[in-house]
Design a protein around this ligand. Structure first.
Ligand SMILES: C=C(O[C@@H]1C=C(C(=O)O)C=C[C@H]1O)C(=O)O
Ligand SMILES: [Mg+2]
Length: 452
């Protein structure tokens, strides 16, 4: 049997929703779904006019999700602490035993500092409407939460959200942007000073790694559609996570990141150390030579080893056992290659996602070592607010959760694109080389946006 087209699917979803009032609900959170015919998710999302809009595609899975609207919105502003976050998380988890209910969102890089206003220190959404693809199966899903509203109210709100759905339109090709200006924070001169400070033996002795980053603001003559840009980016780095969160028309955060924070399946946890960078070669032979030089390089292998060490140390108290690759391998992207080590653990019973995030995030791949001293340095010296850049984005649910590290990311605003890139500064780091590494990390997105 072929899956019904969207309009038929919407009709049967509406019927299912209307009949909900005849059955008693087991859980306060109710999910209703129908199978639909194949549909391009990002094009569907770009055509919708409801906010928030979000998209998530895991790195090694055949699953992707586009979602709009809120059934429940957990927003944690500047005055929220980790204890409050964790309590809310646990309470919410108790509301459902359905493993298909997912909360999508993110946690800022620095939970003790100010963040971007609508994104907050953390924000998680149980969407009103989701479109999920699992391999070749597509589903239209709605979520209802009757813990705070009546079933009748929730059915009415969901039907109203469904009535606002728009049909997908093919994405129009992205036009190259006309660059009106570029502004880097920290500036090139300031970068040199910062690298000097961090590599100075007196500092390096107590803080062996700080991941310094830069915000590059591009002023553009025409606004760029974040979803079209994400779709193009996805085409260039298919082996990365791809995601985006847009809580209002004015701001969208998108990312095409290679880096996993963790993937949990029941109590099995998969994480990694991804750090150490070089460029791709122009041909296979040169590419291999760059990879080998990266594997042999002292500074880069040290950058990676510190991440491996810290992740293992953080996971040990939460786990029955932790296994980590002894030797790094190469992870290739369209313009750069990284050193990579896989790490696996079996979590102790009762360890929850929030504890895992608290322990791991931010890892020394984006923060530094020791965590506190590196983050303090970043907070005081970097000169801009990281917000969700280098934060943790993904989803959690009962049996499975997955979070990516939000690097290779951009905050899209009207007539402005903010790009972010960081580099691990350790003993032996040189300002010129690390600055060039930042440029290399932006090469893919810049090649999509500009004529470069
Ligand atoms: C911080 C970023 O990347 C991190 C830094 C790397 C490095 O310095 O070699 C490599 C991968 C990431 O761990 C970024 O891309 O913004
Ligand atoms: Mg590096």
């Amino acid at each position: 049997m072929t899956a019904p087209l969207l309009s038929h699917a919407i009709k049967s979803l509406t019927d299912k929703l209307k009949s909900l009032s005849e059955q008693p609900a087991n859980d306060p959170i109710i999910q209703v779904s129908v199978t639909i015919a194949a549909i391009p998710l990002i094009a569907w999302l770009a055509a919708q006019s409801t906010y928030p809009r979000l998209y998530w595609k895991g790195r090694d899975t055949e699953e992707e999700v586009a979602a709009i609207g809120c059934c429940t919105d957990f927003f944690f502003g500047d005055d929220v602490d980790d204890i409050e976050l964790s309590e809310k998380y646990l309470k919410q988890r108790e509301l459902t035993s359905n493993p298909n209910i997912r909360y999508y969102g993110g946690v800022a890089f620095d939970r003790k500092n100010e963040s971007w206003p609508e994104f907050g220190k953390a924000r998680f959404i149980l969407p009103r409407i989701e479109l999920r693809r699992s391999a070749t199966e597509y589903k239209l899903i709605v979520n209802l939460n009757i813990s705070e509203a009546s079933l009748e109210q929730e059915i009415a709100s969901t039907l109203a959200a469904i009535s606002l759905l728009d049909n997908p339109k093919p994405l129009t090709p992205l036009k190259k942007v006309a660059l009106m200006g570029r502004n880097d924070t920290p500036s090139r001169a300031r970068w040199d000073q910062l690298i000097k400070q961090v590599t100075e033996p007196g500092f390096n002795e107590h803080t062996p790694k700080v991941v310094l980053s830069r915000q590059t603001q591009l002023e553009v003559s025409e606004s760029v559609d974040p979803w079209t840009l994400l779709a193009c980016w996805q085409g260039r780095n298919a082996t990365s996570f791809q995601f985006g969160f847009q809580f209002s028309p004015e701001k969208a955060f998108i990312s095409c990141t290679p880096e996993r924070l963790y993937h949990r399946k029941q109590r099995s946890l998969f994480t990694e150390a991804l750090a150490g960078t070089t460029i791709r070669g122009l041909n296979q032979e040169q590419d291999k030579a760059f990879a080998q030089a990266l594997l042999d390089d002292k500074k880069n292998t040290h950058e990676n080893l510190l991440v491996r060490q810290q992740i293992v140390d953080e996971l040990n108290p939460l786990s029955n056992h932790v296994d980590a690759d002894e030797l790094p391998t190469i992870f290739k992207l369209s313009h750069i290659q990284h050193l990579h080590r896989s790490i696996q653990a079996e979590l102790k019973a009762q360890v929850n996602d929030f504890q895992v995030i608290q322990a791991l995030h931010p890892t020394p791949a984006v923060g530094g070592l020791p965590k506190k001293s590196a983050i303090d340095f970043i907070r005081q010296e970097e000169g801009y607010l990281r917000g969700w850049y280098a934060g943790a984005c993904g989803y959690f649910n009962l049996h499975e959760s997955e979070f990516a590290v939000a690097i290779r990311s951009a905050l899209i605003e009207p007539n402005r694109i903010n790009l972010f890139a960081g580099a691990g500064i350790v003993a032996g780091s040189e300002p010129d080389i690390e600055w060039t590494e930042l440029e290399n990390k932006l090469a893919t997105i810049l090649s999509i946006l500009t004529e470069l």
